[in-house]
Design a protein around this ligand. Structure first.
Ligand code: NAP
Length: 300
């Protein structure tokens, strides 16, 4: 049995800063030549506190990287037709390289209709069927920001994936499903043997215990227990759940899907929550917007 000599914290804050600094330097090479900077827009519907936090952090990162940003906010009562009209407007705006619609949307709006209306060229979240299909085929695309962030963590921390057994917990369209496909592709940070487990999986621990790499993306605080983790496994914790905590000024704390304290000395590497995958998601959205600028604005 292999026991790790040391456990590595996969620091998403530090890595996201590095990536944003790289992007900023590339942007400066364009603006120094008199070109306009990349421009990301975001649509925010309703009053969801977590969504507002995410949007603020995305807009702040745009500023840090020398991007222009625009935020369009709408009351939760907005109709689907009006939202589709706004998307059509943003699709046609030549000064905009990419835009995102912050999810979740109010229940009366069909998220699929909204996502499918986004032009694939401006879909820097990588959620449209065209981008998802291209991603699955290993073609140039916008990789969804959270899976892209996970790949970057694995790559930049030099975690070898080839031939490893990766177990992905959760099959959402934005995290579980795409990362399970990406890890199985014949490309860098791929070539894993992938098992995708979900709420209907019987004896889920049986699969998780065999994993060399565990990606937890289910949204159940501390679901992943120490006894489910093989000695030396790598744990990527995507979960972000607000848990009531009256001792904190905000009244809540952020919890991941992994029982970090009990797992940290058993695994070889782990992402903390907060400070792991979350900041990487923002950095990779910024990176995708730079790619969109380079592809759509003609500077390669
Ligand atoms: P989601 O749409 O909330 O779906 C949850 C997934 O987990 C589903 O596939 C569900 O299975 C599965 N699941 C639920 N209970 C389970 C159980 N007991 N055992 C096994 N699987 C179970 O997923 P998501 O949008 O990917 O979000 C997951 C978590 O990641 C949330 O905490 C979210 O806030 C967080 N998140 C973080 C980031 C980031 O940047 N760090 C980005 C996105 C999401 P079924 O399909 O069978 O229902």
């Amino acid at each position: 049995m292999h026991f790790p000599n040391f456990m590595q914290i996969l620091d998403g804050i530090a890595l996201s800063k590095t990536i944003k600094e790289e992007v900023k330097q590339v942007v400066a090479t364009y603006t120094d030549k008199g070109k306009r900077p990349p421009h990301l827009a975001a649509i925010l519907v309703g009053d969801n506190g977590a969504s507002k936090t995410y949007i603020n952090s995305k807009i702040k990162s745009c500023g840090e990287c020398g991007f222009e940003s625009s935020l369009f906010t709408f009351d939760a009562s907005i109709g689907e037709a009006e939202l589709l009209q706004k998307i059509d407007e943003l699709n046609k705006d030549p000064k905009l390289d990419g835009f995102i619609v912050q999810l979740p949307l109010p229940k009366h709006i069909n998220e699929n209709n909204i996502i499918q209306a986004i032009s694939p060229e401006k879909d820097v979240d990588g959620f449209t069927p065209i981008n998802f299909g291209r991603m699955a085929l290993g073609l140039p695309c916008y990789i969804p920001a959270t899976p892209f962030g996970i790949l970057q963590i694995l790559e930049r921390y030099k975690i070898s994936t080839s031939g490893k057994h990766a177990v992905v917990i959760g099959r959402s369209n934005i995290v579980g499903k795409p990362i399970s496909i990406l890890l199985g592709l014949n490309q860098p940070s791929g070539n894993c043997t992938v098992t995708l487990v979900h709420s209907k999986t019987i004896h889920i621990e049986h699969y998780i215990q065999q994993a060399d790499i565990i990606i937890c993306a289910l949204g159940i605080p501390h679901f992943l227990k120490s006894e489910m983790v093989k000695e030396g496994a790598v744990v990527i914790d995507v979960g972000i759940t607000r848990v009531d905590d009256a001792t904190l000024p905000k009244g809540y704390r952020i919890a991941g899907d992994a029982d970090f304290e009990n797992i940290k000395n058993k695994c070889s590497a782990i992402t903390p929550v907060p400070g792991g995958v979350g900041p990487m998601t923002v950095a990779m959205l910024i990176k995708n917007t730079l790619l969109a600028y380079q592809r759509n604005y003609g500077d390669h």
